[in-house]
Write a protein that binds this ligand. Structure first.
Ligand code: SF4
Length: 367
């Protein structure tokens, strides 16, 4: 483990307006399920979980989904209040809400600031209407731009956006043009994800049956994104994430550094003191379990030292700076990657080299 005692809090809001074709997160388009009952159940679960982290500080809260921007201001405030009342929040704790452009207005973003949210992460994904349609998104490029502008106007000084590259027939220059317009919006943090046909998604099915073809090689996207965003003032600190100095995501760095996190809400996961849990996925079932005095967790797992070491390595190598060795043993797979110039061993740390980072999936598979 990293040895750090602070932890993160993840709250899952599993409701969406509609299902995007590439999405493999648990979410339901029955947004009528997002009721005060759901919020009360999550608040109760946070209170129940608080004993697991007694005496420790929460460095971040991340309200993710799903589409958390379906929350009203008062629902967001109730969730943050539940954390503030039951947990000990670090001074200046990062409090993020994930948002989709179609549900963001100036009124909403102003309300979220009043509720205590201090970072917003907007899933704009693309600034090209045709690409947005291909992805099954229900917003337009114009709406994405106005969502970012509303967040800024409301007073958010820490805005992140999610973007997707590697769409069918998308040339690198078109992606860079979208990135350039994203940078022009003055955002503080950009996550760039490759479109991936996950099993069980609509995208996975249509790629498998040959109705859609994705670019076979995305190294060029990776290299040109890094070069472009570096010139624009964004440091590449994690394999998919770029930030202006001081705007790196505290919450997500916690995952990559393998720090503990409380997970609340249906389909949330948590990990504290070597115990990992996964909550029941269906929101109605989750609410009934909590209301009946039970736990949200459906499954728990005690992590062995070997599992912890391997997971810590896999996650930590996603960070450009790598991770502290802290008792990690060099396996033969790691040694081979070091010899091939893919990994670099420092005095007390290990990281991927520039060469290894470009093909990180293969490096991770090899160790
Ligand atoms: S909005 Fe996000 S969570 Fe909801 S279906 Fe689309 S990608 Fe998945």
């Amino acid at each position: 483990m990293s040895g750090r005692k602070d932890y993160g809090v993840y709250i899952h809001i599993p409701f969406c307006e509609s299902k995007c074709m590439y999405c493999d997160f648990y979410s339901t388009d029955k947004k009528g399920g997002l009721t005060q009952n759901y919020i009360r159940a999550v608040a109760k679960e946070i209170s129940d979980l608080s004993t697991k982290v007694a005496g420790r500080k929460a460095a971040s809260i991340f309200i993710g989904g799903g589409t958390p921007s379906l929350l009203s201001q008062s629902m967001a405030a109730d969730l943050i209040d539940a954390c503030a009342k039951n947990l000990s929040l670090a001074d200046g704790a990062e409090i993020t809400l994930e948002a989709n452009p179609e549900s963001l207005t100036l009124r909403k973003t102003s309300g979220y600031i009043k509720a205590g949210i201090n970072r917003i992460s907007i899933g704009i994904q693309s600034l090209d209407d045709k690409s947005l349609k291909t992805l099954g998104r229900i917003h337009t490029a114009r709406k994405a731009i106005s969502a970012v502008e509303s967040a800024r106007e409301a007073g958010f000084d820490n805005i992140s956006v999610d973007m997707i590259f590697g769409l069918p027939g998308q040339p690198v220059r078109m992606w860079l043009d979208e990135l350039s317009r994203t940078v022009a919006l003055g955002v503080d943090h950009i996550s760039c994800y490759q479109l991936t046909p996950e099993k069980g998604t609509k995208l996975g099915r249509i790629v498998e049956n040959g109705s859609m073809e994705l670019p076979p090689d995305t190294i060029e996207f990776f290299d040109s994104t890094e070069k472009f965003l570096k010139t624009a003032g964004y440091g590449h600190y994690e394999i998919s994430n770029y930030a202006r100095k001081g705007r790196e995501c505290v919450h997500n760095i916690g995952y990559w550094e393998y720090r503990d996190y409380l997970g609340a809400g249906s389909a949330a996961h948590g990990m504290v003191n070597g115990l990992r849990w996964a909550n029941v996925r269906d929101p109605a079932r989750y609410v009934s379990r909590i209301n009946a005095g039970g736990q949200g967790a459906l499954r728990t797992e005690t992590l062995t030292d070997e599992m912890k070491s391997m997971e810590r390595l896999m996650l930590g190598l996603r960070l450009k700076r790598g991770i502290q060795m802290d008792g990690l043993e060099i396996t033969s797979g790691m040694q081979s990657m070091i010899e091939q110039g893919m990994l670099k061993l420092g005095k007390r740390s290990i990281r991927a080299t520039a060469k290894g980072w470009r093909v990180l999936d293969s490096v991770l598979a090899a160790i």
